[in-house]
Design a protein around this ligand. Structure first.
Ligand SMILES: [Fe+2]
Ligand SMILES: [Fe+2]
Length: 158
């Protein structure tokens, strides 16, 4: 059995998520594919922000700038997901779905061209293996929100 590279596995997940959104667009009466795609996408973002991106930034400081851009885009995507969950149907849902598709198109291409190839080149095989395992069976921690979509916290004070 050949082992899929981490870049290939991440790219495959991008496509699976795209397919879920497209399936929902084709039959909006069935909410299952969209719900699944949203869950998968939030978990994908979690993996990138909590594990992949910090490891990449550590291995290659020059990647911190593109990572920063990806984090900002994650927040935009995250907000679209929140809105889409609130209103998946009707003209609002339609517009949100188109917005998400366009956001993902640009975001995913950049990751696939700039960041994922570096992951294959720089991460030790054991680390890449752990991240691949997460892609097949990992869970998004309850209540996790992507870094730049978190509410600004004020000091609690007394
Ligand atoms: Fe991403
Ligand atoms: Fe990604």
């Amino acid at each position: 059995m050949g082992t899929e590279s981490l870049a290939a596995a991440l790219e495959r997940e991008h496509h699976e998520i795209d397919e879920g959104i497209a399936a929902f667009a084709a039959s909006p009466r069935n909410p299952q594919p969209l719900a699944r795609a949203i869950r998968a996408l939030r978990r994908h973002i979690y993996l990138e922000e909590e594990f992949l991106f910090p490891l990449l930034g550590e291995a290659e400081p020059a990647l911190r700038a593109p990572v920063f851009v990806m984090l900002r885009e994650h927040a935009q995507i995250w907000n679209t997901l929140d809105a889409l969950e609130r209103e998946p149907g009707g003209s609002t849902g339609h517009a949100l779905r188109r917005q998400l598709t366009s956001q993902l198109l640009h975001h995913n291409l950049k990751e696939e061209r700039v960041l994922y190839p570096r992951a294959d080149d720089t991460l030790p095989p054991s680390v890449a293996g752990r991240l691949r395992a997460f892609l097949s069976s990992g869970e998004l921690p309850e209540g996790w929100v992507c870094v730049k979509a978190r509410p600004v916290t004020r000091n609690a004070g007394g």
